[in-house]
Design a protein around this ligand. Structure first.
Ligand code: AMP
Length: 279
């Protein structure tokens, strides 16, 4: 496995491959990331993983400086998966002092995570576009855990004709249902104990959907009412949206719905989602 920190060395290493699967990450890897790596390995043979805590997708008051980092541990995990290339550049390598071009998807900033975190998707789209240009993967792998991110990436790839095939893999969860996230390491033991209620609340709404309920407000209320029973949760938003356009729905039709939420638990902000689809 090669650890690469410069754009020039990354381009040189890439030139030796034909099929190349990319898994972009911010590091502090867990089984969710590794599920993407395994999928890439199975489909492409050769896998590049980027590890870059991208400053432009954090707002000034967010957790950029305290975001968990452990490159040595990440490298051991990736070596065990048979990954060929790890790209872990410095912030200056990606954003030199005279950097000034961004990829902006205005519609994404109006809803859900985009509305809650201004400029977040500008940072995500810009860094993923740069990684695609630097690494030139044939395939790239993203997790359903970050549902709006998958919509943003697909739209960028379409709009800018980027020659990369995108695959979205399912959310990997702990045994008790909590979606794996590097940010779970911020949770105190008592917060960790109640965090699975987020998934349970989403599942309760899914059960009502499967029983025939199609009114979005009723399904959202099911989630909100359950989470309100635990005073430590502060709901930021709960949404039932068209899975492709992310437009909020009143009635859920044959297209199904993305049921997604952001919840604060102490100082930790958690997101999760379920796709409601007709079986
Ligand atoms: P991050 O390091 O948080 O930027 O995540 C890197 C990639 O891993 C993104 O495509 C995420 O959607 C994906 N990912 C994060 N958590 C999970 C999870 N629990 N299950 C599946 N994919 C995940």
């Amino acid at each position: 496995m090669q650890l690469i920190t410069t754009i020039a060395a990354m381009r040189a290493a890439r030139a030796e491959q034909t099929l190349l699967g990319l898994v972009p990450t911010m590091g502090y890897l867990h089984a969710g990331h590794l599920s993407l790596v395994r999928r890439a390995k199975a489909e492409c043979g050769c896998v590049a993983v980027s590890i870059f805590v991208n400053p432009t997708q954090f707002r000034p008051n967010e957790d950029f400086s305290r975001y968990p980092r452990d490159l040595e541990r990440d490298l051991a995990l990736l070596a065990a998966e048979g990954v060929e290339l790890v790209f872990a550049p410095s912030a200056d390598e990606i954003y030199p002092a005279d950097f000034g071009t961004y990829v902006i998807l205005p519609a994404a900033d109006e809803v859900l995570e985009g509305a809650a975190r201004p400029n977040h998707f500008r940072g995500v789209a810009t860094v993923v576009c740069k990684l695609f240009n630097i690494i030139q993967p044939t395939h790239a792998y993203f997790g359903q855990k970050d549902a709006q991110q998958t919509v943003v990436i697909r739209q960028m790839v379409r709009d800018l004709n980027l020659p990369v095939e995108i695959t979205i893999a399912p959310t990997v969860r702990e045994a008790d249902g909590l979606a794996l996230s590097s940010r779970n390491s911020y949770l105190s033991p008592s917060e960790r104990a109640i965090a699975p209620q987020i998934y349970q609340a989403l599942m309760a709404a899914q059960a009502r959907y499967q029983a025939g309920e199609r009114t979005a407000a009723t399904l959202k209320h099911t989630v909100a009412a359950l989470l309100q029973q635990e005073p430590a949760f502060h709901m930021e938003y709960i949404s039932a949206a068209d899975p492709l356009t992310l437009r909020e729905l009143k009635l859920i039709g044959p297209q199904g719905a993305l049921l997604s939420l952001a919840v604060r638990l102490g100082s930790v902000r958690l997101i999760d989602n379920l796709l409601l689809t007709e079986v």
